[in-house]
Design a protein around this ligand. Structure first.
Ligand SMILES: NC(=O)c1ccc[n+]([C@@H]2O[C@H](COP(=O)([O-])OP(=O)(O)OC[C@H]3O[C@@H](n4cnc5c(N)ncnc54)[C@H](O)[C@@H]3O)[C@@H](O)[C@H]2O)c1
Length: 411
């Protein structure tokens, strides 16, 4: 039985608690967070996940668990990693470190995360749930023979969109790392690359060749939306971030030399039923589509009954309405791949190995996200086969992340 310790008790930790209800061989032993830890620990105990306790600091948590998870905001990553390192150096026997997406806000930070984990010799898991979505995995499985006979996917389109994040730190590009491209582009770029990757090859098999990107602030820089953000403590006049991002990445198969393209589109203006994940793959003579809003279940709530709705997000993540015809997804932790990513990570840690996606893979995704920001900022195609460009990306901090988005974002 692996003992799990979560650092962070907010939105995603809540999702992971629900996911753990469907995972064998694990108990949720501890939670450490400035806010929400008591409530989440109580829910975990009620769900039978163990005698879940609240820990005041990361070192004590590490002493009590086998697997430690970084589920806190992006700007806290390095401090937390340093505290985990201190605990391990002082004798904590950690079998695995998990970090939610994105691994870091930029490549310098991603390097520190990956290097520290390597130096500690502790296996890692980079939690990118979309590669584990059962719909994606099963589509690939079903098409294995077709792909082998016809050739691999040449074009992928992926999108994650909703109406905007729930906490102010996500909106602030200096704390989160950017706008929607850093927050959700990392998902769509990763799953797009995976969709193009031939079956049986590692998730970082394809060689990135070039990146183009177009980003903009289309909704949240205008009245009344900018004012709504201001009331939540987010100043998009002074430090705006992109609420729209469209990234195109060209890849090369290193064995066959064949090129393929991933298009990743993300927005924070999806005023629709709730979160939508979209994946499309086009191979020679075959294709598949995943749309997370297509559900066999639905709800209807009339105007007369709407006042009785306590929390519309119980039906769907980022639900935007409490009445009318609503989409119901009864098992979102499974649908989005959270359950499968846990199973993959814990099975690997039991064997002393890293998960299918490790911190090094997370670093690769950070590099592609940084290349997208650079392409947008400089209005050029970024050539990822040029060693000087790769070198420049190492120390690159996007202007949007520096708080200078007003200089590079058009409305
Ligand atoms: N895979 C996904 O689809 C997905 C979805 C949402 C969030 N995320 C990622 O998960 C992470 C957390 O996001 P969230 O939505 O849960 O955020 P949140 O703001 O809802 O919750 C953050 C939690 O971290 C705690 N925290 C803040 N500072 C801390 C610190 N220094 N040390 C320990 N805990 C601290 C807060 O008290 C809170 O409990 C982010 O990196 C985000 O990108 C991933």
């Amino acid at each position: 039985m692996l003992k799990i310790g979560m650092i962070g008790a907010g939105f995603v930790a809540g999702f992971h608690e629900r996911a753990l209800c469907s995972v064998r061989g694990a108990e949720l032993t501890g939670i450490c967070a400035p806010e929400g830890a008591e409530a989440l620990a109580m829910r975990a105990r009620q769900d039978g996940l163990g005698n879940t306790r609240v820990f005041e600091d990361v070192t004590d948590l590490c002493d009590a668990v086998d697997v430690v998870c970084i589920f806190s905001p992006n700007f806290t990553r390095l401090d937390i990693m340093r505290n985990i390192a201190k605990a391990v150096e002082n004798g904590s026997e950690i079998k695995g470190i998990i970090c939610e997406k994105p691994l870091a806000r930029n490549l310098q930070e991603a390097d520190v995360m990956a290097r520290m984990a390597k130096a500690l010799r502790v296996p890692t898991a980079y939690f990118e749930n979309q590669l584990h979505m059962p719909c994606v995995v099963e589509a690939r499985n079903q098409l294995t023979a077709v792909e082998q006979s016809m050739g691999s996917v040449h074009l992928s389109r992926s999108a994650e969109e909703h109406g905007g994040p729930h906490e102010p730190w996500f909106w602030d590009p200096t704390t989160q790392g950017g706008g929607v491209c850093c927050d959700m582009g990392c998902h769509s770029i990763a799953v797009g690359m995976y969709t193009l990757t031939p079956g049986g090859k590692k998730p970082d098999y394809l060689k990135p060749v070039s990146v183009t990107a177009n980003m903009a602030l289309l909704k949240w820089g205008k009245e009344p939306w900018i004012n709504q953000l201001k009331e939540r403590g987010v100043d998009y006049k002074a430090t705006p971030a992109e609420d729209y991002s469209n990234v195109t990445i060209e890849f090369k198969d290193p064995e066959t030399g064949v090129n393929s393209i991933a298009q990743a589109t993300n927005s924070w203006m999806y005023d629709a039923p709730g979160l939508r994940l979209l994946m499309e793959a086009f191979g020679p003579g075959y294709s598949y589509t995943v749309n997370s809003l297509e559900s066999p279940a639905g709800l209807f709530i009339s105007d007369a009954a709407a006042t009785a709705v306590a929390d519309s997000e119980l039906a769907l993540e980022k639900a935007q309405a409490t009445r009318g015809a609503l989409v119901l997804q009864p098992n979102e932790p499974d649908l989005y791949g959270y359950v499968a990513e846990w199973r993959d990570a814990l099975l690997a840690f039991e064997k002393g190995k890293s998960a299918m996606l490790d911190f090094q893979y997370g670093r690769r995704i950070t590099m592609l996200v940084m290349a997208a920001y650079m392409a947008h900022e400089k209005k050029v195609t970024i050539d990822l086969t040029d060693s000087a460009v790769l070198q420049a990306l190492e120390n690159y901090v996007p202007m949007i992340q520096q708080g200078r988005g007003a200089e590079v974002l058009r409305a």
